[in-house]
Design a protein around this ligand. Structure first.
Ligand SMILES: Cc1cc2nc3c(=O)[nH]c(=O)nc-3n(C[C@H](O)[C@H](O)[C@H](O)COP(=O)(O)O)c2cc1C
Length: 212
């Protein structure tokens, strides 16, 4: 396998300062819409980087389930590795990779738990078996065999046979309040366009072009 010769020239789009919305949330909204319209697979999938108290970084994919002016929301298990990291160090980074449109968006900021009421609203919108799955899995814990997980799933399915599945106490959302957004557009010859928005103390955003 020769990875050195894998080379794509990004040439379909460009990004100029005058194209940018002054508000990075509006810019993100526009790019997310375009990713969805272009039928990017899982456009709301994002890499989430966290760092523990000793400075050790880890990374995984989660799904963005909503965003507004407060920030970007994802849902997870509050006892998972990522949630433990966030409890020790709320600084996180997010990365969206939309290859069909030759774009990347990177967000850095601080993660905080959302309210149980907001988590419950989303939890109730999930398919019933996903709700049961949240009860069955102690995310990030070691397990010796899949059959134990399946037994737990069956046990929870029987337990919550009737009525609504309640919100597990260890499950819910995090909201990432952005400090920076970077919008990256691939261009020919590795001369890509990059713009970074940085939140200012007064709440406004500065915009800078970065070299590729
Ligand atoms: C496409 C995709 C979407 C995922 N979405 C989520 C998600 O929204 N929430 C979540 O907790 N895990 C999600 N996962 C699983 C995580 O990547 C990860 O395995 C899990 O959250 C445990 O991470 P941790 O041990 O680092 O905390 C997703 C994985 C993939 C590949």
């Amino acid at each position: 396998m020769n990875l050195q010769d894998l080379r794509r020239n990004y040439a379909t789009r460009s990004l100029d300062r005058e194209d940018l919305n002054a508000d990075p949330f509006a810019q993100f909204d526009q790019w997310m819409r375009e990713a969805i319209e272009t039928e990017v697979l899982e456009p709301n999938a994002m890499s989430l980087a966290t760092v523990d108290a000793s400075g050790r970084p880890t990374l995984r994919t989660v799904l963005l389930k909503g965003f507004d002016r407060r920030g970007l929301v994802f849902y997870t298990n509050y006892e998972s590795t990522k949630a433990r990291d966030i409890a020790e160090n709320p600084r996180v980074a997010l990365s969206f990779l939309w290859l069909p449109v030759e774009r990347q968006v990177i967000v850095t900021g601080q993660a905080a738990r959302i309210s149980a009421a907001e988590s419950l609203r989303y939890f109730l919108s999930r398919p019933r078996d996903s709700q049961i799955g949240a009860w069955a899995s102690r995310q990030s814990q070691v397990i010796t065999t899949r059959s134990l997980l399946e037994a737990k799933f069956a046990e929870m399915k029987a337990k919550f046979q009737q009525g609504e599945v309640p919100l597990p106490g260890n499950w819910g959302g995090f909201c990432v309040t952005p400090a920076t957004f970077e919008f990256w557009q691939g261009r020919p010859s590795r001369m890509h366009d990059r713009f970074r928005y940085t939140r200012q103390p007064d709440g406004s955003w500065s915009i800078e072009r970065l070299m590729p």
